[in-house]
Design a protein around this ligand. Sequence first.
Ligand code: FES
Ligand code: FE2
Length: 375
Amino acid sequence: MIIEQLEEPLPGSILPTLGGSWYTDPDVFALEQERIFSTQWMCVLRGDDLPAAGDYRLVQVGREQVVVSRNRRGEIRAFLNVCRHRGMRVCTEPAGTARKFQCGYHAWTYDLDGKLVAAPNLTKMPDVDRDAYGLRGVAVQEWMGYVWVCLAPEPPSFTGTVLGDLVTRLGEAETFDAWQVADLRLGKRIAYDVHANWKLIIENFMECYHCATIHPELTEVIPEFADGWAAQTYVGRGAEFGDGVEGFTVDGSAGVTPLPLLTADQERRYFAVTIKPTVFVNMVPDHVVVHRMFPTAVDRTYVECDWLFLPEVVEAGTDVSRSVELFDRVNRQDFEACERTQPAMSSVAYADGGSLVPAEHHIEAFHAWVREQLG
Ligand code: FES
Ligand SMILES: [Fe+2]
């Protein structure tokens, strides 16, 4: 009897992924809400989304609904959207402009700094400390033109976590300054309601082993992606545009005005950074694409994607549609892949997880981080 000799894989070629239940078990998701989304700095909106004093938006951070607003001094503030009287939601519209925040139940009223300033009969309760009964504050940081909030009473170092991920990918944080992301303007925002676990979206973003299969437009612009090695596989390296490609657009045609501070080795290249747990930053010569994810259930993730350009490009009403269309197609291709993966996560065939090939081995560091957070 002849037994066919199968070619052995190289030792160590395959590393395991997380098991399927990490993507389907509501208890895992509850733990992630508690130990990741409630402890890390979460990027919730762009500062320009709140242009004037009193402007506010509601955002979901872990299990909490947070009001992010701008006070009279122009500073960003964030509060839990819970009345300190008997707990009604104070703000009920997803966004708006307020002079004060007044609860619709018994009319407790808070100023733009969250302090309790009025309530029926409050003057007859002189012992009530109006700061102590103010809306519960949430830590805020502004960076890259975005508002980041952290629910933890003692947030982790922003430098050690958010900027740490930037350094891990780019080699040094200063490299990032060339794109001047804080000074760019929103040219387009598209929201996606993805029926997949947030970790599948991160894993997908971190690798390019799938690029040749599902991203025909992207691999036309960046032919090296067809080989499967993501820009994120290497420290500090950007993936090079193909010969004859003029810009990071859906058809490789020229983009808009390039960002002025880029160095020669940042031009004609695509850089990508994953900032754990829920942010992707993509940098190309004339724009930056920022993804913010809001995990809403173990199998569902709301994603907002911003395309940022130089202010003069946006103010002039320049047509940026070819630039937007490239990453919008990439997003739809990626999210469809994630949505087709999600249902299989509960199969017995995936109970012990799947396989990471060498071009995906760097994803293991993300899995290790998740395991570490959940303890
Ligand atoms: S619950 Fe808000 S005022 Fe009573
Ligand atoms: Fe992709």
